[in-house]
Design a binder for this molecule. Structure first.
Ligand code: NAD
Length: 475
């Protein structure tokens, strides 16, 4: 068998696995490493290890788990370069962004360690003298299922609060980007009770096997809307709890008269994060019709001057798309836009070189109800959509299944008025996509259920348990 690059972590032990799968470098299109392909028996061992460890982990004093999370932060800090390199090799983003991702992940452990969900006394308001306590208790075994775009950070935003609340975890990264999560599992192992964090990697069948495992109590899932539907279905029969952080199709509305040329660079940057593979990237821009051309020209100029290339090259601004299948779906989406009257101003076709490179692309004059406006493209494409009045822009912005984020740019009072009419989990004014460890983030409608981050995110990893003590006279 080919040697695997990183091992699974099961019950505190490194596990190579009886099977393996190739991992592709999206910048070359070549397989560069092998990762374990977890078998059904190995998955069962991982979930059982989490279940067996749960009473001991949940029984530790809160302060001990705080210390362990800080130890995780330190362990990650000590491995930033190694893990960041794996992210770039398997996911594609520029190395400096991978370094930032791992550093932020270490910081996330520290910031999460400062949180707590203490018990509360509920006063007896009925005139009786019951003593009622509400505790926030852990669920048990958390299945953390993560997408390919930020493999380490999006794992840590689940692992840290889940562990702090007293749950144990089985983490399953995307088959496209398993190596950085596996290595993180190895690096964190010494900081945690064996079995508190288990990391398994595998092919397409591993996700359903994990969500269907009877010992999983809560599924914390980040990924696409369609996979989220499957996860919700899998959770239903046993009423497993779910947190679903799903796709977005964030609209950015520029109010009439705004300095579009001055804002173009920022809009471009906030669309092109990770080659557009960011849930809260700007995915469509609404602009007043008489300013459309000025914006299109400014964005096209930025697109033409961006350097697309291998994330390991320091000159690269925009890396490849992570998978070949996704690149093919993006080509199809642009072709559909063109068939519906869209004008590709620049970009629009994959680069003629190995790897999954799609250049920054500006599309204007889109026909009504095209898929490029209604679907999540998750690619370095900015559809510029002209409006005649702001109300019609709001209607179109709200007119998709998605409701993750959105933004309004313009004078604050006016922008706030429009922001109040946007139907999404987060609306930004004069910025977009700023996510913070202390502010809850989550989608409405098909963009998800529940929130992550901060105190409110921590609560998702707990459930309410009430103890109601009747006060009786001593007999
Ligand atoms: P994806 O849905 O293809 O995969 C996500 C994860 O689900 C992977 O680990 C995959 O192996 C697993 N999976 C696949 N089928 C499964 C099943 N039937 N049961 C259980 N698990 C299964 O998503 P992706 O392409 O890796 O990520 C991109 C998507 O994630 C985009 O839609 C993006 O917007 C979304 N996303 C959302 C957020 C957020 O916070 N809302 C953050 C990042 C990414």
């Amino acid at each position: 068998m080919t040697e695997v690059a990183s091992m699974m972590t099961i019950g505190g032990k490194p596990v190579e696995g009886i099977d393996s799968m190739p991992v592709e470098n999206p910048a070359t299109g070549e397989n560069f490493a092998e990762a374990p392909a977890c078998s059904a028996a190995e998955l069962d061992r991982a979930v059982c290890a989490a279940r067996d460890t749960f009473p001991r982990w949940a029984g530790l004093p809160h302060q001990q788990r705080v210390t362990d999370l800080v130890d995780c932060a330190n362990a990650l800090d000590a491995s930033v370069e190694e893990i960041a390199k794996l992210i770039t090799l398997e996911q594609g983003k520029p190395l400096r962004e991978s370094l930032a991702e791992v550093r932020l992940s270490a910081e996330w452990f520290r910031k999460t360690a400062e949180l707590s969900a203490p018990s509360e006394e509920i006063p007896d308001s009925t005139g009786g003298n019951s003593r009622i306590t509400m505790d926030r208790v852990p669920h048990g075994v958390v299945a953390a299922i993560t997408p390919a775009n930020f493999p380490v950070l999006l794992a840590v935003v689940k692992i840290a609060p889940a562990l702090l609340a007293g749950n144990t975890v089985v983490l399953k990264p995307s088959p496209s980007t398993p190596l950085s999560s596996l290595r993180m599992g190895e690096v964190l192992n010494d900081a945690l009770l064996p079995g508190a964090l288990n990391v398994v990697s595998g092919r397409a069948e591993l996700g359903p096997a994990l969500t269907g495992h009877p010992y999983v109590n809560l599924i914390s899932f980040t990924g696409s809307m369609h996979t989220g539907q499957r996860v919700a279905r899998a959770a239903a029969p046993e009423f497993k709890r779910v947190v679903l952080e799903l796709g977005g199709n964030d609209a950015c509305i520029l109010l009439p008269g705004i300095d579009v040329a001055g804002l173009a660079e920022e809009i471009f940057r906030r669309s092109m994060v990770n080659a557009g593979q960011f849930c809260a990237a700007i995915k469509r821009v609404y602009v007043a019709r008489d300013q459309e051309q000025e914006l299109v020209d400014a964005l096209a100029s930025l697109a033409r001057s961006a350097t697309v290339g291998d994330g390991m090259d320091p000159a690269t601004d925009i890396g490849p798309l992570t998978t070949r299948e996704h690149l093919e779906s993006v080509v199809e989406l642009v072709s559909d836009a063109v068939n519906n009257g869209g004008r590709v101003v620049t970009g629009g076709a994959p680069l003629d070189r190995p790897g999954h490179f799609f250049p920054p692309t500006i599309v204007s004059e889109l026909g009504a109800s095209t898929r490029l406006e209604g679907a999540e493209q998750f690619a370095p494409i900015i559809p510029v959509l002209a409006y005649d009045d702001v109300s019609s822009a709001v209607k179109r912005a709200n007119g998709t299944h998605y409701a993750l984020g959105g933004s309004v740019w313009g004078p604050e009072a006016e922008a706030l008025d429009v922001a109040a009419r946007l139907d999404c989990g987060t609306v930004w004014v004069n910025t977009h996509g700023d996510l913070r460890h202390d502010v809850p983030f989550g989608g409405r409608r098909a963009s998800g259920m529940g929130v992550e981050y901060g105190y409110w995110g921590l609560l998702e990893y707990t459930q309410i348990k009430v103890t109601n003590v009747a006060q009786r006279p001593a007999s």
